[in-house]
Design a protein around this ligand. Sequence first.
Ligand code: PGA
Length: 246
Amino acid sequence: MKMIAVSNYDEMSRRAAELVVAQVQKKATTLLGLATGGTPVGTYALMAEAQRRGEVTYAQCRSVNLDEYLGLAPENPASYRYFMQDKLFNHIDILPENTHLPNGTNQDAVAECARYDALVDSLAPIDLQILGMGHNGHIAFNEPDDHFVAGTHLVDLGAATIDANQRFFDRREDVPCQAYTMGMGPILQAEQVLLLVSGDEKAEILHQSLTGPITPQVPGSILQLHRNLTVIADAAALSKFSVGSF
Ligand code: PGA
């Protein structure tokens, strides 16, 4: 594991965007694994800025996202498809047909999971997977559980996740209680994983994930097994690590 310790969210975003841009400059057809949530928003803005400055083009890139809420259509401002359009895709030259998310409007979970797995398999391996981490240690929407799941699956979101995500909705009862999520398979098989963590409310779970037992109760702990993991974390998120740990 490589740890890049930074001072704050903006520096985390800058370092992450530099790594993404370098990856796309090196391989124009990069398959990006993309995440939603507050964490990557700054990175996405800087990825778009790099294109505007003429440093990079995403025209040949492909992308797969980690997850989508069950029942939310792409036009719904709380859907992850809408988020990705708003925060990234509308501002870069990636072709719409090369951007992929689970289809939240497909109520047939067996069919949707099989479709997304087949799609991801046909594009894999992911060259660079961007990950955030939930307060409960989830990566994608792989919630704490008694087992790890390899493929795409429909999950029941825990109360902590619903609480954390309610800020994107008008009312708590509007937050869907289920979502499609990529499983651990494509994440572990990604050529490179970039885990971004910011803020003191993530400090304990980040410490547990990187130094504690590898357990599905702390889903992010499985990243200890990844052969090319880069963590970019700010001082607040690293506050539970002793000085000189890295
Ligand atoms: P956040 O979410 O970036 O909004 O904190 C991270 C996650 O839930 O994976």
